[in-house]
Every structure is written in structure tokens, then in C-alpha cells.
Ligand binder design. Sequence first.
Ligand SMILES: *[C@@H]1O[C@H](CO)[C@@H](O)[C@H](O)[C@H]1NC(C)=O
Ligand SMILES: *[C@@H]1O[C@H](CO)[C@@H](O)[C@H](O)[C@H]1NC(C)=O
Ligand SMILES: *[C@@H]1O[C@H](CO)[C@@H](O)[C@H](O)[C@H]1NC(C)=O
Ligand SMILES: *[C@@H]1O[C@H](CO)[C@@H](O)[C@H](O)[C@H]1NC(C)=O
Length: 401
Amino acid sequence: MGYKTLCFGLTCILFAYFIYVPIPENVDEPWKVRIVDAVVKTTSLTAMLFENIGLMGYEKLFSTLVKLDYTQPISDENVTVMDTTFTDIPVRLYLPKRKSERQRPAVIFIHGGAFVLGSCRQSPLDLLNRLTANKLDAVVVGVDYRLAPQYQFPTPYEDVISVVKFFLEDKTLAEYGVDPTRICISGDSSGGTLAAGVVQQIQNDPEFKNKFKAQALIYPGLQLVDISMPSHQEYEHGPVLSRNMAIELGCLYLTNDKALTQAMRKNQHMPHGSGHLFKLVNWSTFLPEKYRKQHVYTEPVLGRLNTSFSILLDNRLSPLATNDSQLQNLPLTYVVTCQHDILRDDGLIYVSRLRNAGVKVSHDHMEDGVHGALSFMTLPVYLRLGIRIKDKYINWLEENL
Ligand SMILES: *[C@@H]1O[C@H](CO)[C@@H](O)[C@H](O)[C@H]1NC(C)=O
Ligand SMILES: *[C@@H]1O[C@H](CO)[C@@H](O)[C@H](O)[C@H]1NC(C)=O
Ligand SMILES: *[C@@H]1O[C@H](CO)[C@@H](O)[C@H](O)[C@H]1NC(C)=O
Ligand SMILES: *[C@@H]1O[C@H](CO)[C@@H](O)[C@H](O)[C@H]1NC(C)=O
């Protein structure tokens, strides 16, 4: 009695409160989305409380919940599934069982989770990668890069790079029967950030003979330069991913210094000497009219932090803040954006910028979409939106890879 009952009671009260937070009118299965949203908000507030009383880091409660959903590598009649390592980084491989006359395509999948949570072993992603392998007769590689805050930037990024380098070697491709001209890298949310950054590096580096044929970015975060875009403002409180939660978790990728979190909330985190990046992420220039609405552009404020986080200029964190000469070498691109998502404008602006640079882009905008739906494709929370995104993604790969 006592402490635990009190905690349980408080959680119930919070949940009951959050369940009545309004959500956008056009979302599919509104009650399910409300439940997801209320669970996330309750977890976030509880996590904040635990952090303030010194019990555990903000991310710990989330990662405990997410870990409940990790799966074992279980093969089925069509696909052999196994956990192994590439250059010491854990990966989950999906290898089609049927005999193939020709070399197979391949997909490298980078999971989301704000750089601090998640795994390719989560059941919805396991399902996604398994279906991809079966439908495309493709080799699929899920990458379990190390996570912040234990491993901060650039470790997660470097882990993905080292898996990619290893996989793209002729020797590895031959071992798995992969066609070097049919390889895609995909990622959702922060996995999209990592995928987009890695593609930029690989395609622009003459050292790599084998390149990507395609990239698929599902509601990706693509920059930290300006976090007061119209979508950040309109969906500040969610549904599902609120601006505060994204900042709180995302900052852990860079530092444990809470001054950065505070400054980011006010969009005053960029250091002196970073103003040249603004034009590359300028929503007032690149966002289609329809999404700009009544919003008025103001530049982020520079140099308010005493510690200057020069890593904030790094385009491995903000692939959108890359100039056209680097973008024009990018491969065929698929982008999914969701209307009711703080990260919406990152994706929309990348679509504009890539098209301006001459890159061929397919874009699906989910008018009723909320962030993270791909992670709600299996019980206990099963959103039709997640299934629709999965189907669009796999169909695109089938037609383009
Ligand atoms: C195996 O593939 C067939 C044909 O695509 C499909 O009908 C069947 O459901 C698959 N089995 C599993 C376990 O996914
Ligand atoms: C952003 O775009 C608007 C409209 O195109 C323009 O007036 C403004 O100068 C731009 N600012 C920067 C920093 O690029
Ligand atoms: C920066 O340093 C000054 C002087 O030491 C101090 O007054 C100010 O509060 C600090 N600002 C932040 C954001 O920490
Ligand atoms: C584009 O970015 C690359 C790498 O950051 C840099 O070397 C190059 O000078 C830039 N080009 C232009 C035109 O700014």
C-alpha cells in the first residue's frame, strides 16, 4: 500500500485527463488514437516527475515500455530470420527461403525512437521487415545501432555507417546474393534522419563503388536548425508526439546539458556563425502555400547559449541543412509525411528541396496521419493508419527497387 497505490492512482487520473484532450477531427479510429496519445502523454509526465525526483532519466520509462515489445528472431515458412552482427553492430537479417534465379534486391532498415529508444526487434518493425523480405524477395537488414544517452552523437550515426559500409562491400553482397544496383535504405522518424544523413555521405563519397538505388523516409525528422516551423506550432501538443517530448528526448542524442533543452524550446539554440543554414531550411521559401497558412516567418535567434554546441551545424544531424550540390547526387527518394505531425514540415521541405535539385521524389502525404503510426501495427494497439503506411511503403519498393 501507500506509495504504489498513490502512483497508480495518479497515473489513472492523468490518463483520464489526457483521454479528453481533443484530437484533429479527420483522424481515422479517433478513440484508438486518443488512447495512444493519452498513454504517451501520461508516460511523458510520469517520466518527467521521475526525473525531477532523481529516480531515473526521462527516457528510461519509455524504453522500459518499448522493450516489452521486443521479439525473438523467428523464421517462418517464407523467410529465415536471424540475429547476428555486422562489424560488431547487432543486426536482424531477413533472408527469403524461396530459390531465386537472379540476385535479390536489399533493404537496410533504420528504426526510429528519437535516437534513445527502440529496436528493429520491436514487433511492428519485425513484421514490416519480414513482409518486405517476402513480398520483394529481398534481403532485409534491421540495424540495432547503439542508443543515446549512453551513446551520444555521432555514435548511432557511425554505427549505421559501419553496417552500411560492410554490407555494400562486394564480398558481403555476394554472400547474400544481393544485386549491387538494387539497394534501398529506409527509416522511420529519427531512423529517417539517420538514413537521410547516411545516404548523403555514401552518395557523395567517391570511395564507395556501390551506391544506393533508393531511400525511403517515413515521417522523418530532418533538421534541428529551426524548430518553430508551422507544423511545430500547430501540433505542439501532439497528437502522439508533442514538441516538448521530441525536444526532451532528442536533446539526449547530443548532450545531458539541460540548457540546450531550454534554448530549443524557445528556438534560440543555434550558435553564432550558423545563420547561413537558415536559407536551407526556410519554410517560408520551400513549404507549399497550403501549409504556410497565416504563419509569419521569423528567423531562429542565434548565440543565446553560453556553451556553443557547434555540432548543431553538422548536417549528419540535419540532412535538410545541406546545400544543393550535395543533394543533387541523391538517389530515387520516397517520403511519407503525416498532416498532424510536428515533423511534417521537415519532410515537406525536403521533398521541395530534392525536387529543386533534380532528384526524383515520390511523396505520399497522409491527410489524416499522426506521427509514429508504423509502430502501432500489432496488438495491443493496431491502427489502420499504420497498415496503410506499410502498404504504401512496400508497394513503392515493389515498383521502384
Ligand atoms: C508465405 O508467402 C505466401 C505467399 O506470399 C503467403 O500467402 C503466406 O501467408 C506467407 N506465410 C507467412 C507465414 O507469412
Ligand atoms: C526566408 O524566406 C522568406 C520568403 O522567401 C524571405 O523573405 C526571407 O528572407 C528568408 N530568410 C532566410 C534567412 O532565408
Ligand atoms: C550565461 O552566462 C551569463 C553570465 O555568466 C549568465 O548571466 C546567464 O544566465 C547565462 N545564460 C544561460 C542561458 O545559461
Ligand atoms: C556545399 O557543402 C559542401 C560540404 O558541406 C561544401 O564543401 C561546399 O563548398 C558547399 N558548396 C556550396 C556551393 O556552398
